[in-house]
Design a binder for this molecule. Sequence first.
Ligand SMILES: Cc1cc2nc3c(=O)[nH]c(=O)nc-3n(C[C@H](O)[C@H](O)[C@H](O)COP(=O)(O)OP(=O)(O)OC[C@H]3O[C@@H](n4cnc5c(N)ncnc54)[C@H](O)[C@@H]3O)c2cc1C
Length: 349
Amino acid sequence: MKIDSLIVGQGLAGSLLALHLLERGQRILVVDRDEANTSSKVAAGLVTPLAGARFNLPAGLETRLDYARAFYWNHEEAGGMTFFHHRRIARLFQSAAERTAWNARLEKERERYARFHEPLAIDTRHFPGSFGGFEMKEGGWLDVPAFLEYSRQRLLERAAYAIGRVKSEDVTPGNDGIRWKNISASRIIFCEGWRGNQNRFFDWVPMNAALGDILDLEIPELAHERRIVSGGAWLIPRGSGHFRAGSNYRHRFASETPDEAGRTEVLQKLARLTPVIPRVVAHRAAVRPVIRRSQVFMGTHPTHRHIAFFNGLGSKGVLNGPWYASQLANHLIDGTPLPGDADLANNHF
Ligand SMILES: Cc1cc2nc3c(=O)[nH]c(=O)nc-3n(C[C@H](O)[C@H](O)[C@H](O)COP(=O)(O)OP(=O)(O)OC[C@H]3O[C@@H](n4cnc5c(N)ncnc54)[C@H](O)[C@@H]3O)c2cc1C
């Protein structure tokens, strides 16, 4: 079998890249291990334009945000389904220092920030938030499992999906492409998530993976709240008093199985957001692929130009991923340069 691109992994990264390559008329095959618990399957899927305690708006954020929203919307139209949920975010400051940082940002870049915020009105019985806050516009969350399933269906329609494991040892690089089993491809792109450097071609990439816990909660007292509420922890309303809550970053972990420590950490963070006691309905954990903060890294191998990498989506994968996938698809097909900050070739780890 001869194809253009073999994609390893159908998480968020592999799915985004696959949809872009299909759009460009490429013959592709995506091979995925079909694990029950992956970062993409567990992710909260939040899109938070003003993330972090310093409310930084990184260069190009608006481009990536607009691109992501249009991308998900187009695919929702194509699939006749909804997976991206626009929601405002009630952002509560956790300290006076955070409030000061926010005011300083506004002072400096009022015009650029105007698009993203409005004054906050919130029920202080349930969210005391004694340092105040603001209402963040243009946020939301992607139902990542629904998006993955949509992508898988698109691939199955084109006989472009298979369950299996691609071991880098079984991939043979050649002058015109690669071989894996009975497949010849012009290129292979590894989108393996947090195990991305357990691969003989990319074992030099320093993964800094972080285990995270997510709780499904019942909180009938907050059933009226339609916004995502965030400040240290976050709560995503799922309807009828059901919420998803998280999360934490554990860079040292013995196993990926949800444990008491993870559950307690999330509940403690949540207790600082609201005094209401939730009932825990479910607890899941998975490992985020982090390389350096939430910086995407991608590009071709320094010596094997038919072997490529797309990883490091971290906790901003839903927002950043679609635009970076479009850049990688253009690079692989047309040879256009990659964004410098993300290009593996520029990063001497
Ligand atoms: C608790 C938690 C909360 C999060 N919250 C958010 C959030 O709010 N917003 C956000 O944007 N992001 C969030 N994330 C991060 C988000 O999940 C990631 O950015 C993104 O999903 C990573 O996608 P990926 O495809 O790189 O990796 P993965 O999801 O790990 O996918 C990799 C896929 O490749 C497969 N695979 C690996 N190796 C092979 C192989 N050799 N052969 C075949 N298949 C293989 C795996 O089985 C898997 O299906 C969160 C993550 C966690 C864990």
